[in-house]
Design a protein around this ligand. Structure first.
Ligand SMILES: NS(=O)(=O)/N=C1/NCCS1
Ligand SMILES: [Zn+2]
Length: 268
């Protein structure tokens, strides 16, 4: 408890040293960092939470690229074509990208956990508040700037919708590689039931780590095959020019102190 208080009370918290980010990253505030463990019995049912409304337009899908930490599928967010509203959100949020975090083995890889349960991977669909701001870069600095949907992945049957994305990965094996990627509907990656979720106020889990995120973590996971996940692990953190090639695995942040935050659930 004491160590948590130190982490929460200090003006700056040093996020876990991470080789990819060359040393500790001080983040402002530090009392609403992510990811966290979701302790189910401590979450509070909120009957005011509405169903989530996603309206994704596959035509806004543009490219897929390896940013040296994960791979991102990027969407045209110059207009309100792919949006998220409802749930805990007061405003309309625009989809800008989605990406994943995963482990070197199926035993771990997710950033959030549920009662300490780890999943082999976690999908993040990143949206910014287009009612209040005009650019992601602006929204990322504001309390109510971002909304990220987290979906856990479990190893099981092959995910047909994911395969188009998996087939594109060999073309972006190295850091900074990018290929055109169009007409992909991210709704196919959502679980059947999107009405059951946990929500809390937190931060980005990769730079700039700003405390601007309303997290919406789905209770229901999706299934992908072992082979599909293995292709994620065939990506590299390193660029083609580097001598030593490093497999892109374990690209998750260590969990952060809850600092007294309440996690609400949309289900009882
Ligand atoms: N993993 S995450 O979605 O919380 N982090 C991000 N950093 C920049 C855009 S999304
Ligand atoms: Zn993420």
């Amino acid at each position: 408890r004491r160590c948590n208080l130190i982490a929460c009370s200090s003006k700056y918290v040093l996020s876990q040293m991470h080789p990819m980010w060359q040393g500790p990253l001080a983040v402002p505030g530090g009392d609403r960092q992510s990811p966290i463990d979701i302790v189910v019995r401590k979450s509070v049912f909120d009957s005011e939470l509405k169903p989530l409304v996603t309206e994704y337009n596959p035509e806004t899908c543009q490219q897929i690229w390896n940013n040296g930490y994960s791979f991102l599928v990027e969407y045209d967010d110059t207009t309100d074509k792919s949006t998220l509203k409802g749930g805990p959100l007061q405003d309309k949020f625009r989809l800008c990208q989605f990406h994943f975090h995963w482990g070197e083995s199926n035993a771990w890889g997710s950033e959030h956990t549920v009662d300490r349960r780890l999943f082999p991977a976690e999908l993040h669909l990143v949206h910014w508040n287009s009612d209040k701001y005009s650019l992601f870069e602006e929204a990322v600095m504001e309390d109510n700037g971002l909304a990220v949907i987290g979906v856990f992945l479990k190893v099981g049957k092959r995910h047909e919708g994911l395969q188009k994305l998996v087939d594109a990965l060999p073309a972006i094996r190295h850091k900074d590689s990018v290929v055109e990627f169009t007409r992909f509907d991210p709704a196919c990656l959502l679980p059947v039931n999107i009405d059951d979720y946990w929500t809390y106020h937190g931060s980005l889990t990769t730079p700039p780590l700003t405390e601007s995120v309303t997290w919406i973590v789905m209770k229901q996971h999706i299934e992908v095959s072992h082979d599909q996940l293995a292709v994620f692990r065939s990506l590299l953190f390193t660029s083609a020019e580097e001598d030593v090639q490093k497999s892109m695995v374990n690209n998750f942040r260590v969990q952060q102190p809850l600092c007294g935050r309440t996690i609400r659930s949309s289900f009882s």
